[in-house]
Design a protein around this ligand. Structure first.
Ligand SMILES: Nc1nc2c(ncn2[C@@H]2O[C@H](COP(=O)(O)OP(=O)(O)O)[C@@H](O)[C@H]2O)c(=O)[nH]1
Ligand SMILES: [Mg+2]
Length: 172
């Protein structure tokens, strides 16, 4: 069985990093130079793709979806037939935190869809206020989703996210 997992979140939240980290095959990454200055030389304007074999029966297709809304046409493709979603929020980044509601709406996140929120860059500053704001947004949407503080560069973090999605799926 091949299943589709979306990694969504604003620029710099760690999508490309976590997909590379999880993927057992070479990842396809479409970072190209951005025409607008968003404070980072390279930004994702396409999608990341990675692939992971969980066991004999299950493989996962990992899709990293750009946070910049002008590329949201790509989101339609990723949304189709989605098995699970990972929302990455960059710690203390107001744009990233604000985007959460928009992403929940667009991807129609509900309790049926395995979904985990990962707060990244917590090694660079306290995560408390970011987590508080995320919890407020979730309660507004009456959603009860796991919120983890992670480091997208660490294998342990990537595995935690993946194992949680599988566990939620098995308990649904
Ligand atoms: N310190 C720190 N750096 C991170 C973390 N997650 C990602 N990064 C770095 O942040 C930068 C942006 O990550 P990237 O995966 O390109 O973000 P994307 O725009 O969502 O694809 C890269 O240099 C990553 O190595 C984290 O949790 N802590
Ligand atoms: Mg990227």
């Amino acid at each position: 069985m091949h299943r589709k997992v979306a990694f969504i979140g604003s620029v710099g939240s760690g999508k490309t990093t976590i997909i590379k980290n999880l993927s057992t095959a070479n990842t396809l990454n479409t970072d190209v130079e951005s025409s607008v200055d968003i404070g980072k030389e390279l930004t994702t304007v396409g999608i990341d793709y990675g692939h992971v074999k969980v066991d004999k029966e299950m493989t996962l297709g990992l899709y990293g979806v750009p946070g910049q809304r002008k590329f949201s046409f790509i989101w339609d493709f990723v949304k189709e037939g989605l098995w699970a979603a990972v929302i990455l929020v960059k710690n203390q980044d107001l744009i990233s935190i604000d985007e959460l509601g928009y992403l929940i709406d667009f991807f129609e996140i509900d309790q049926q869809l395995p979904c985990v929120i990962g707060v990244t860059h917590v090694d660079q500053g306290m995560g408390n206020s970011t987590i508080k704001k995320i919890k407020e947004t979730l309660s507004h949407y009456k959603l009860n989703l796991p919120v983890y503080t992670i480091d997208a560069r660490l294998e342990a973090s990537a595995q935690l996210i993946m194992r949680t999605l599988i566990a939620i799926d098995e308990s649904n």
